[in-house]
Design a protein around this ligand. Structure first.
Ligand code: NIG
Ligand code: FE
Length: 419
């Protein structure tokens, strides 16, 4: 058993909420000052130094390591519930074009965008994809991510999608953080099916989903409803098949154009509905009366220069919201959840407390991991970050640097840096 003592602020998030946090409750962040924590793979006890010492004596516990937090702040590891970090090539040149004024959609229509990454991902070997993703994953961990969701969606044919999912599986084997795998064959239509998109929907339903399910390559199925991408009818067909195979659902919705996709997600009961840059009043009403989590991806709005999702209105309308990175080579190339916190606070006007809960507890709900992660709570996995600061507000106040001195996953320190 290990002891971490001399913690200036132990940020719990919220211990064991029955449901995702909504409305004013999103801003309730539990913080214990001058705390000591006892843990092995999971959190065993939290209290004052005296309380922990008494617990150790009473329960005859052998302490193997005593770690001094040096009066620094400890927060839950971030749960990044939406990423696309397995891909080939890069889009730096396209980004250069965008800096000269081209829009994300113009580039996509001209054959760049997702199509470019699909070409490169199909050409890449398993090892190339693995090495590229490992590097991003290690950065994510250094910046505080301890649970991550990763999607396929750059193969868009049987071999390519399975290759990506196998890479995710290999990452799951080799890294200590929890990786949640999502099949997203419905990310875009591949060039060879552009003139017959329904045939591609059939391929997803009849060949990809059955294979992915049988080989347990993904827990979630996701799709992209937008102008020029999947329609609600096509997505409904895919999701009905996915549900029959036991997948949980996520949806990319109302990102570029409003297609009433949020309303559809709430009706079909996806665990999360993501993006929401263009969500309508009606979409907000649907979300607020459903259990679906709205996952906001502010780094995407920033990176493609779109208006941000209306976070304040969503919170005030009692929607449950999470925040995530959307890390991908085209619309949001960052694996830093600290950047996401900063953008959420400054550009979506969320409070520090709302941001922290949205990036931990509510993000765990968005992955159906609320009983295992998302807060520093007795019985949950000991996933936490020791910051190089004694005040969690420094995450927002002192921006653009890495505040994570140590990332701990399941009770073990992953990497250490000089604070
Ligand atoms: O979540 N919206 C669709 N998919 C990604 C972008 C993928 C890309 O540009 O490569 C997203 O923003
Ligand atoms: Fe995405």
């Amino acid at each position: 058993m290990k002891i971490l003592h001399n913690i200036s602020q132990l940020v719990v998030s919220q211990s064991n909420p029955k449901e995702a946090l909504r409305g004013a409750n999103l801003g309730n962040l539990e913080v214990i000052t001058n705390a000591t924590m006892l843990f092995d793979k999971t959190v065993v006890f939290i209290g004052t130094d005296d309380e922990v010492r008494k617990y150790i004596l009473d329960n005859d516990i052998l302490v193997t390591d005593t770690i001094n937090a040096n009066d620094k702040c400890v927060i839950p590891g971030f749960v990044d519930s939406h990423t696309h970090i397995v891909f080939g090539g890069d889009r730096a040149n396209e980004f250069g074009q965008r800096l000269k004024g081209a829009t994300y959609q113009e580039i996509a229509v001209a054959g760049g965008g997702i199509a470019h990454t699909v070409k490169k991902t199909r050409l890449a070997t398993f090892d190339e994809l693995y090495q590229n993703a490992s590097k991003l994953l290690e950065n994510a961990i250094r910046y505080g991510t301890t649970t991550i969701e990763i999607k396929s969606g750059y193969g868009l044919n049987f071999e390519g999608e399975i290759k990506q999912l196998e890479v995710i599986k290999e990452l799951q084997k080799n890294y200590p953080l929890e990786i949640v795998s999502t099949f997203m064959g419905a990310h875009d239509f591949p060039a060879e099916f552009k003139s017959n998109p329904d045939k591609y929907v059939d391929l997803i339903c009849n060949e990809m989903l059955p294979y992915v399910a049988e080989n347990k390559l993904a827990e979630y199925c996701d799709a992209f409803i937008d102008e020029g991408y999947f329609t609600i009818a096509q997505t409904e067909k895919i999701f009905e098949t996915a549900l029959q195979y036991g997948f949980k659902l996520k949806l990319h919705a109302d990102e570029l154009v409003n297609k009433a996709a949020t309303e559809f997600a709430c009706r079909i009961g996806t665990i999360s509905v993501d993006h929401l840059l263009m969500i309508s009043e009606h979409g907000i009403d649907s979300l607020s009366s459903s259990a679906t989590i709205g996952t906001l991806l502010p780094a995407t709005a920033y990176f493609i220069r779109m208006p941000y999702a209306p976070a304040r209105q969503l919170i005030e309308s009692n929607c449950a919201i999470a925040i995530a990175s959307d890390c991908n080579p085209g619309s949001s190339f960052t694996e830093s959840m600290q950047t996401v916190l900063s953008l959420s606070a400054m550009n979506m006007r969320m409070t520090a407390e709302e941001c922290l809960n949205a990036a931990t507890m509510n993000a765990a709900f968005a992955l159906d991991r609320q009983n295992k992660s998302g807060s520093i709570t007795v019985g949950k996995r000991a996933d936490f970050l020791i910051l190089d600061s004694s005040n969690y507000l420094d995450l927002f106040y002192h921006f653009g640097i890495n505040h994570v001195a140590q990332t701990w996953i399941a009770g073990n320190m992953y990497s250490s840096y000089d604070a």
